[in-house]
Each structure stands twice: as C-alpha cells, then as structure tokens.
Design a protein around this ligand. Structure first.
Ligand code: MN
Ligand code: MN
Length: 477
C-alpha cells in the first residue's frame, strides 16, 4: 500500500518520477512577470520595425551597435571580448562575441530565421481591369490563402533603378499612409463557390492587391481620348514615379513584399499574449539577438545567425543551406590557427524556431501529451519532419541530455514539443542544414498559435523563457 497525503510517499513518488511541465505563472514571481512585460514591449517594437528580412537585418544592426558590436573585417585579428557583426547580402546577419578559447573548442551558435510568409510582387505586377488597378503577387512560404483576403496590407521593400540608385519603400504603416487589400467575394454571391473545397476556391492567382481606381487626369480633366484604357494604371505609375522615381520596368529589379499592416498588440484581458505578424520566426530572432547582445566574458566564442529563406526551404545564397555561415567560421578558425571543420564538429547549436502550440479551438489535430502549450516555457523539439520524421535531423539523446541539464540548472521554464499528430502533416527547420556541417543541433523555440497566419499569437512567458534559454546557452553551456 502507498501512503497518501501531504509529504507522503505518494507525493515523493510524484515529484521524483513524473515529468513536470507547469504553467509559467506558477513558477514566476511578480517581479519576473514585470520584467517579462518590459522585455515584450521592446519585442513588439522590434516586430513593428522589421516586417521583412532586410528590415530585420537593419534593425538588428542598429541595436547591436548600441551594444558595441563592430563590422567584421577578416583582416583583423580578433581577441577575447571583441564583438562583431557580419552582414551577408543585406538579408542575413551574423553576430559573434569572441570567447577566451576563441574557436579552439568549437563555438556556440543560435540560428533563427527572419523571413516570414507573405505576398511578393511579381516582376511585372501592375495591371488594370475595368478601371481598377491591381498588383499581381506570388505568395512566399506556406500560407492559407483565404487568410489574406479582406485584411489591411502594407507594402515594404527595395527597388533598384536602372541608374544604380536604390529606393526603400514602406507604405501602409504610419497613420497617414494609404493601405492595400485583396478584395473578397461577398457571401451573398458566394453560394456556388462555397460548395467547392477550400483549395479550389482560394487560388494563388486571385491574390491581387487593389492599388488604385482613379483615372489619370491633368488640370483640364481626364487625359487621352474618350475610350482610352489603362488610365488608372498609368496614374498609379505616375504617382510612383513622382514619389520614388521608378518606372514599370524597375519592378523587375525590386523586392517588394506585401505584409499585414497591423501592429503587434497585447492580446487578452490579462495581456498575457502578443498578437502580431511574423512571430515565426522573429520571436526567436529577437531572443537570440538579445541573448548575444547581453553577452560578456564568454569562454567559447558565441554566435547568433539571423537567416533568410527558411520558409522556402533554406536555399539561395541567403538561406542556411548557403556557404556564408561556413565561410564566416573559416575566417575565424584561420585566425586561431585551427581547421574550420574541427571547429564546426566541436560546436553546438540551438536552431531557434517556433513550434505549434496546442490550440483549444482545434484540439483533435494535436497529440496532447507531445504538443507544446502556451505558457509552459521554451519548447525543446527533438525532431521535426513529415510522415515518419522525413527531413528531420533528430537531435541525439546525448545532446538532449546536455540541453535539459542546462535549462534545469539555469531555472529556465521549458517543455517538449512535437509538431501535431503523426501523419497529420509536419514541417522542418534550419536544424538539418546546420547538422550537415556536423554540429550538435536541436530545435529550441516558442510555441505559437495560428502559425503562418497574418496574425500569429505567442505567450509573453514563453518569449521570455526563450530569451533566458538563449542567455543560458551562450553563458553556461
Ligand atoms: Mn519558422
Ligand atoms: Mn514557418
């Protein structure tokens, strides 16, 4: 018989044998919760300032300079305590704090991606139909197309002109700015359409952005002959030319991204959550950035990599599968008189990315024991993948043991996670591309509700726990 009651054998067994995953507010005191609010206030600003990978690179660079980070120069011989940043093609940024051991024992790397699902303008975007001007788009990353109809949108990006100049564009964010929208069919006329499956009715080619409806006019009235067509399009091009000096052909040498126009906001009566566009994966980008900016006196060199193109498979010269990160390590290793391959093979990585939080609105899509949950802290995901772990790097048991000890020792609230039900779908992260370089790597991140939607949700306790995890990783691993 097992004795039951307070401090009983039953309690001891419970404490010793059962896995413990508690709601963060059971563990955190009022002071900590206050710190969390302050931290998340800054995080919300970061989200509002960086809605594209280029903007996040710029904003991160500005923040890092305040903490004494300097531009990397491979000709400089860096010493312990030096803080550097290195930008790759305006879409990736790497930060490093040189440790006392330099790269000799390997380095500690946190990687997060700064691209998010969105609508990209096509190279030839502008057209006119029945006196309405629109932009054609090609969506980027995994979106549920219906979520992008009838919401306020903003246009962000950079245009490179024929004369070599470039112009940054950001329209729809300030109060005075106009905004954009994809129109949706009214329910009154949707009867036939509603009978079809969702993938049949919401098509990529229908994600066209309304950009204008007034005819080109001079002081004397409408320009051109009575039956002239294309006057709305021409008027839009005239406005763009007046404001930005661009022509229709310049869209070819541009990267213009259409993103939700709303700002990051507290969510819920208790303000426990944040709703925003782009938590995936700017939440991990922010915590891994803050982790390294607050680093001093480290033993091994620590590195944060903010990387582009994760949402489309990490390809291209700015994706994690490109060589820019390996080249950076090669530069550091060379200074220290060691081989880059030895540095990489001795290195450890937190692949910091979000996981799908258990959604009370859709419980049947989750396996409740292995899903992550809002407010239970940073989530450690041993493997990702689709249909039988396909495409996953699967962290080793050895490494998982080190990670859980680290988090426990540093009082970081953490939980385990798996992406939904087996055979329910799946996904991947940059972990496998890091693993290709022979580092030890595991996915560590923040649970997210409504992932890949225009308005994703995270819990503030989890955001802060992820920050504490990145700090502990850099300082104490
Ligand atoms: Mn992600
Ligand atoms: Mn994603």
């Amino acid at each position: 018989m097992v004795e039951i009651g307070e401090n009983s054998e039953f309690d001891k067994l419970k404490n010793n044998l059962l896995r413990d995953s508690k709601h963060g507010s059971k563990i955190m005191d009022e002071k900590q919760l206050e710190n969390i609010d302050v931290f998340c206030q800054e995080y919300k600003h970061f989200l509002d300032k960086g809605k594209t990978e280029r903007e996040v690179v710029k904003e991160s660079l500005v923040l890092s300079e305040k903490f004494g980070f300097k531009k990397f120069d491979h000709n400089i011989n860096y010493k312990a305590g030096d803080k550097i940043y290195h930008v790759n093609k305006n879409k990736d940024i790497v930060f490093a704090v040189i440790g006392k051991n330099k790269t000799k024992n390997g380095v500690k790397v946190a990687v997060a991606h700064i691209d998010s699902p969105r609508l990209d303008l096509k190279p030839n975007p502008i057209y006119e139909l029945n006196d309405i001007a629109l932009f054609k788009t090609h969506y980027y990353g995994g979106i549920k197309k219906y979520q992008w109809f009838a919401i306020p949108l903003a246009l962000h990006g950079t245009v490179f002109k024929k004369n070599g100049e470039s112009v940054d564009i950001c329209i729809g964010e300030s109060e005075e700015d106009p905004q954009f929208c994809v129109s949706d069919l009214l329910p009154h006329l949707g009867r036939e359409r509603m009978k079809k499956s969702i993938s049949e009715v919401f098509l990529g080619e229908d994600l066209n952005i309304l950009v204008g409806s007034r005819l080109l006019a001079s002081e004397k009235g409408v320009v051109g002959s009575k039956n002239e067509i294309g006057l709305v399009k021409l008027n839009i091009l005239k406005i763009l030319n007046e404001n930005y000096g661009i022509t229709e052909t310049d869209f070819l040498s541009a990267e213009l991204e259409v993103v939700p126009a709303f700002k990051a906001r507290d969510l819920g009566f208790d303000r426990s959550m944040i709703g925003a566009y782009g938590h995936d994966d700017r939440v991990c980008a922010y915590v891994s950035l803050m982790g390294i900016l607050n680093c001093e006196d480290v033993e091994d060199t620590v590195i944060t990599v903010l990387v582009d193109k994760e949402e489309v498979g990490s390809g291209g010269n700015t994706g994690m599968n490109s060589s820019f990160f390996r080249y950076f390590i090669e530069d550091l290793a060379k200074q220290d008189g060691v081989e880059a391959r030895h540095v990489l093979s001795n290195s450890k990585c937190f692949s910091m990315d979000v996981n799908a939080a258990f959604d009370p609105n859709f419980p049947s899509y989750y396996e409740i024991n292995n899903s992550c949950h809002l407010n239970r802290g940073v989530v450690v995901t041993k493997y990702t993948g689709t249909g039988g772990k396909s495409g996953s790097s699967d962290a080793s048991a050895e490494f998982m043991a080190q990670v859980r000890c680290l988090l426990d020792k540093n009082n970081v609230i953490w939980q385990t996670g798996e992406l939904g039900k087996v055979d329910g779908g799946g996904g991947g992260t940059v972990a496998k591309f890091v693993a290709n370089l022979n580092l030890e790597v595991v996915d560590v991140g923040v649970p997210v509700l409504s992932m890949h939607s225009p308005f994703e949700i995270v819990s503030k306790i989890d955001v802060y726990s992820a920050f504490l995890a990145s700090k502990a990783f850099f300082k104490n691993f």
